[in-house]
Design a protein around this ligand. Structure first.
Ligand SMILES: NC(=O)c1ccc[n+]([C@@H]2O[C@H](COP(=O)([O-])OP(=O)(O)OC[C@H]3O[C@@H](n4cnc5c(N)ncnc54)[C@H](OP(=O)(O)O)[C@@H]3O)[C@@H](O)[C@H]2O)c1
Length: 229
């Protein structure tokens, strides 16, 4: 059975991707913070060791799909962010992903997806400054690896940058229903995206064996962003 690891796969976008891959026959390990906390380097090491041991026992050299996803930081004004918070989200959104991509072996002809955010191209919300900073930094790493390490092994690397998507994260960020409705009305499609649409996209790429789409950032935002490229 082909295998996928979906980090942050217990809720929202990650869960939708895990469900979609399960529907096409993948054995999916979908983690919550309990199994893998990307802000905690020890948790990452434990998870990697367990994953690699399980693969060794089954005689597998690695997994077929890795989805790097995690929770987003709380919205905060720059002057209110503590050093500890910068360090935590540095680990959660940047170093944790670097360690996972380095230490979890993805087989030749596999896929790596990253769930980032539209803020990497358009850092328009000052309160999401930690998200913008560290996700943009990881996008650079991912781009370099896609070309110089993964392309020769036919591993496709796709960075999905969601716009407003109807998940718990969105409800936590916005708060009450009235504000949510105002945001919906302000969006080009007058609605949020659904996690399932992202799950279906990932499934479509994998199911149809699309490989040449790699080293890209996909704006998954219902035409919300303003940039052309
Ligand atoms: N929804 C949006 O509109 C939107 C837009 C742009 C970008 N994004 C980003 O896309 C990603 C997924 O968003 P979502 O809306 O699906 O979020 P969500 O509904 O809050 O789900 C987050 C997932 O990540 C896990 N998680 C949380 N903190 C973690 C940590 N420290 N280490 C590992 N896993 C952790 C959660 O596990 P638990 O079950 O343990 O909580 C859950 O499975 C987030 O990074 C978010 O910031 C979302």
């Amino acid at each position: 059975m082909k295998k996928a690891v979906v980090c942050g796969g217990s809720q929202g976008i990650g869960k939708a991707i895990a469900d979609s891959l399960g529907q096409i026959g993948y054995g999916v390990t979908a983690t919550s913070r309990k199994e893998l906390d990307t802000s905690d380097l020890e948790s990452i090491e434990n998870f990697v060791q367990k994953n690699n041991n399980d693969n060794n026992k089954e005689g597998e050299e690695g997994i077929d799909i890795l989805v790097l996803n995690t929770g987003g930081p709380p919205p905060k004004e720059f002057h209110e962010i503590t050093d500890q918070e910068w360090l935590k989200y540095h680990n959660q959104l940047f170093l944790g992903f670097c360690k996972l991509i380095k230490e979890i072996k993805v087989k030749d002809n596999g896929y790596i997806f990253v769930i980032s955010s539209g803020v990497i191209k358009e850092p328009t919300n000052p309160k999401l400054i930690m998200s913008s900073a560290y996700r943009a930094a990881f996008a650079e790493v991912f781009k370099i690896l896609s070309k110089d390490y993964f392309a020769s092994r036919n591993i496709s690397c796709i960075n999905i940058a969601p716009g407003p998507t109807d998940t718990q994260r969105m409800h936590q960020l916005v708060g009450d229903e009235k504000k949510l409705e105002q945001i919906r009305e302000s969006l080009p499609m007058k609605r949020f995206g659904t996690p399932k649409e992202i799950g279906d996209f990932v499934r479509g790429i994998v199911e149809n064996k699309i490989k040449y789409l790699s080293g890209v950032v996909i704006n998954f935002d219902g035409a919300s962003s303003n940039s052309v490229f």
